[in-house]
Design a binder for this molecule. Structure first.
Ligand SMILES: NC(=O)c1ccc[n+]([C@@H]2O[C@H](COP(=O)([O-])OP(=O)(O)OC[C@H]3O[C@@H](n4cnc5c(N)ncnc54)[C@H](OP(=O)(O)O)[C@@H]3O)[C@@H](O)[C@H]2O)c1
Length: 237
């Protein structure tokens, strides 16, 4: 957690996939800055539950598996009428053997990664994006590996394909909502030490989160589609 900023008091964010890793760090960071946070989890006893116990004034928990369309609709219905400044869909997975090419990976695993990172995220965006106030931010956790332009070595083939597909789907979403007055942000956080990022990554989630948070907040009141790194620099599509 970092500083509290009086200007942020009264603001609110919904984070889908906030049980651990970057999503949990994001919940802690926004709560530390005086925001009201609603975070989603799939199971009991997560790090978000500990944060909510420490900060009951700031943190609420909803249950949501992005691969369950009915759960997404139920969360939307429960939160309906409650405008958010930011809705951020963070959840995502990588296939068990990231070095597998798209030709090698099992059909079941390919489908699972796509159903989570693309279909689930987009269903959440479509359903929950409507909770964002005019001038607010609809964000998703993309990845630098979703950049086609920057793909020079072909590693993490399946994961890359899922994030590139997510970027494409978000561009379509932005095209369909061109005049709705909200920022649509695809975040490339960098390589971060989490269960997904692994132990070799150069930064911890708490190190990277102040920059990710600053960049998201900077997008408020500036509608339009942007693919950004955590420092706010444009990432080539
Ligand atoms: N770490 C990196 O270097 C890095 C770099 C670029 C992008 N990213 C992206 O950042 C996001 C967070 O990753 P992380 O590094 O923090 O990984 P992580 O520690 O493995 O956390 C993944 C999060 O996604 C949630 N999730 C997975 N499947 C879900 C589903 N079907 N419905 C709802 N939530 C689901 C997990 O919830 P459970 O606890 O219930 O499993 C967990 O909260 C992902 O989208 C990832 O692709 C990470």
């Amino acid at each position: 957690m970092t500083r509290s900023n009086a200007a942020d008091l009264g603001r609110s964010i919904l984070i889908v996939g906030a049980s651990r890793g970057l999503g949990h760090a994001m919940a802690a960071e926004f709560a530390g800055r005086g925001w009201r946070v609603v975070g989603t989890v799939r199971v009991a006893g997560t790090q978000l539950h500990s944060l909510a116990a420490e900060r009951p004034d700031a943190v609420e928990i909803e249950t949501l598996d992005m691969t369950d369309h009915d759960q997404i609709r139920a969360v939307r219905d429960r939160l309906s009428g409650r405008p958010f400044d930011v809705v951020f869909i963070n959840g995502g997975i990588v296939n068990r053997a990231p070095s597998d090419t798209t030709a090698d990976v099992s059909t079941a695993e390919f489908t699972h990664v796509m159903a989570t990172n693309v279909l689930g995220v987009m269903r959440a965006v479509e359903a929950l994006g409507g909770l964002v106030r005019t001038g607010g931010v609809i964000g998703v956790m993309s990845s630098g590996q979703g950049s086609i332009a920057n793909n020079a070595n072909g590693t993490n083939d399946v994961y890359r394909a899922s994030k590139a597909a997510l970027n494409q789907a978000m561009a379509s979403y932005a095209g369909r909502h061109a005049d709705h007055g909200r920022a649509i942000v695809l975040m490339a956080p960098g390589w971060i030490r989490t269960d997904l990022g692994g132990p070799g990554a150069p930064f911890g989630a708490e190190d990277a989160m102040p920059q990710i948070t600053d960049t998201l907040i900077a997008q408020l009141e500036t509608p339009g589609l942007r693919f950004l790194d955590r420092h706010g620099q444009a990432v080539p599509w």
